[in-house]
Write a protein of this length. Structure first.
Length: 286
């Protein structure tokens, strides 16, 4: 087996192993440590440099590797920082990707590398908008983007061939993982629907949650779907803090409430990573 075959296989194995550890942690505690994303990001940057060496090392590749490092630094810095520091980080990322691209837009590796800052910004926006609920989920997607600006291809995998042209740059590996993870998550909606059907609860809520004793709910990995203001119940989005919500619901006299489970999304992301890496991206069949 040649180095070009070994490198993507090794990176895929590393990423899947780390994702498996993160998924186990997410299932057990609903959290996953930043070391997981640091490991995937560092491995991705290392293999990017290997790819650069294989294609003839260029300063543009080194600059983009530094840009990926700046992105991971930003993602993993959870403590407060000044606007000046943030501006320096974002400015550095812009320069380290845009300048190399302006010099070598036709270089395949440089072209692929431009997907990293694009999807970094996209996932940050999705997190800010609440489309990626957990910070770990957003960090996971960004680290996968850094690790896989191109699809890993080794032996006869993935089974669905990666096409030529712009499609792999639009449906990048991390985006394919997110898409298929959402499909796998539909199993959770099916479970809630069947549970509600068994209990005789129907309606739109049957796909999003189920009824639970309020005391049990407060001890479980669930979010309340309602809040109370002393006069009425009303539907709420996922709350940041739940203790005050439960207090208001009790004061309103609620004994049984609608809840939506805190689904450990890293589990379907882990399964999706394996699926996309081995089977391929179903969107490429369209």
């Amino acid at each position: 087996m040649t180095v070009p075959d070994v490198a993507p296989l090794a990176l895929f194995v590393i990423a899947v192993a780390v994702m498996g550890s993160a998924a186990v942690s997410d299932v057990r505690t609903r959290t996953a440590g930043d070391l997981h994303w640091a490991a995937i990001g560092i491995a991705g940057i290392a293999f990017w440099l290997i790819s650069s060496w294989q294609q003839g090392a260029k300063w543009e590749h080194l600059a983009m590797a530094a840009g990926s490092g700046a992105i991971m630094f930003d993602v993993l810095w959870d403590s407060d920082r000044s606007k000046t520091v943030s501006a320096v980080i974002y400015g550095s990322v812009s320069v380290l990707f845009l300048v190399p691209y302006s010099f070598s837009p036709s270089d395949p590796l440089v072209h692929a590398g431009m997907t990293i800052p694009v999807f970094y910004v996209l996932y940050m926006l999705m997190y800010a908008a609440g489309l990626l609920r957990g910070g770990a989920d957003a960090k996971c997607m960004i680290s996968l983007t850094v690790a896989f600006p191109v699809y890993p291809e080794f032996w006869d995998f993935p089974l669905i061939s990666v096409p030529e042209g712009v499609l792999p740059g639009i449906f990048v590996f991390s985006a394919a993982v997110l898409f298929h993870a959402l499909l796998f998550s539909l199993a959770g909606a099916a479970y809630m629907f069947l549970r509600n059907l068994r209990d005789g609860n129907t309606g739109r809520r049957a796909l999003h949650g189920y009824l639970m004793d309020i005391d049990e709910a407060e001890r479980s990995y669930v979010w309340p779907m309602d809040d109370a203001d002393g006069e009425r119940l009303f539907r709420i989005p996922v709350p940041e803090e739940t203790s005050a919500v439960y207090s208001r619901l009790r004061a309103f006299g609620e004994k049984e409430i609608w809840v939506t489970p805190m689904i450990p999304f890293l589990l379907p992301i882990f399964a999706s990573s394996i699926f996309v890496g081995l089977a391929g991206n179903l969107l490429f069949l369209i």
